[in-house]
Design a protein around this ligand. Sequence first.
Ligand code: PBG
Length: 537
Amino acid sequence: MRGLLDNPTIGNDDIRRIGADKPDTHTPKNCVRILMRPGLVVVSRVVVQHCQGNQTLDKPKIRVLISPYRANQASPKYMNKASPRERERESLTRVKLCFPAEVYISISGLMTAMTLNSVNFGAAKAVNFEYVGLKVHQNITGARPHSVKFVPRALTVNAGEAQGGGPVKKLGKSDEECEAAVVAGIVPEAPPVPPKPAAPAGTPLATPLPLSRRPRRNRRSPVLRAAFQETSISPANLVYPLFIHEGEEDTPIGAMPGCYRLGWRHGLVEEVAKARDVGVNSIVLFPKVPDALTTSTGDEAYNDNGLVPRTIRLLKDKYPDLIIYTDVALDPYSSDGHDGIVREDGVILNDETVHQLCKQAVSQARAGADVVSPSDMMDGRVGAIRAALDAEGFQHVSIMSYTAKYASSFYGPFREALDSNPRFGDKKTYQMNPANYREALIETHEDEAEGADILLVKPGLPYLDIIRLLRDNSSLPVAAYQVSGEYSMIKAGGALKMIDEERVMMESLMCLRRAGADIILTYFALQAARCMCGEKR
Ligand code: PBG
């Protein structure tokens, strides 16, 4: 992770303060609250160092995570009074600052370009901030770091002061005198250039190759590598697929370690809260519908009081700004386990299925879905769903079309998760042949013409060429679905200690972005976002 983040960028106003202009009885005088702007996907780690006089203690006393979404939920507890669990929560919004102090915002694990400016701490008037950090400084001597009586209002900070060094120091000589000395040949001393490091004994003597280009030059330091990093990823790029069921309990999914069928009322809501804590504010719902409600025509799919619409209403009530994607396909509702209606000879009926999908999409939109996502691969469904949504007044609801969804064996764990294996046959008459490339363009052109808002490629990593194909042939946002099999392989490899799970996870997501994906649907969303925020599991 660190390597991906050698050189975070800080600038503009992504952090603003709520302390002074919004007096809050819960905030003690020496407690600083920093509010991340809503929608900002950045979570950073703040290290507070206490100073004693001029001496800065080496060991940071407080490390704080700032979360964009926790910020509004003020808690009356002081960090040092809270239990460790509470402290962890608390630390998401609040920095207890004992002045004098230096506050460094070190952007660990953050891979997107982050910017901050106009940062204020508590009632501190202004803050002098530098390239990688903020420094509240003043001339207090002998102040007790833990003094609760200290009133930060007394702080004054000159924003125009030199970077990194604190107040300009008067050392005696004027600029003119310094220049005159140099002109007169009295040159001040500076450290010598370090000697060339030695190669190991036995290293052959080689004449330097006459290369005009040495690409390694741009990779030789963390700062340079970060400066030239072409792709970034942030929690905002992630969509978290969540499995729900009618039960009260969360049931682990054997084939997908770390994933559960979540109880729609409790487990789901908690999982969404955790995701929002680290900047993942988009989810996609996959229901496990009671078998008794499945039929050959999948009519439960458009029951306004069915599991999905009910869940959407609950989530929207709790989190109005949460973006909810829904899956549009009949398989969870079909007694045949297919995405469409099956004729007696096994043929999947196209237009009849589309008729059902339109009702399903409208029902989801009525409940408050933001993006409906047809994953069924029937022909013409995007246009039909667009018309159906518009006819019902849902012009604002987006369609993310599974444009290139392949008949892939990587869906195995998902089908176990939802018990949705087709009862017979396979999905090859509607999902695409994994051997095909050009065919993805045909689907792209259709979906664009029919009014899709987002084009999705699925699976992800084995289909990077398809993601790039869509990226280069459409101006629409491209989504990639890192499917269950991809997830489980990384999990299994990690559990067996064959690979470093976290690094492989982050690399796979970065590669999907590099291939051209704007957003990524991934079961790793929460884990990856935590990782980007510098939080460890
Ligand atoms: C079906 C659907 C599937 C997935 C999402 N929606 C599986 C299938 O086509 O059988 C797979 C997701 C995954 O494997 O993670 N509408």
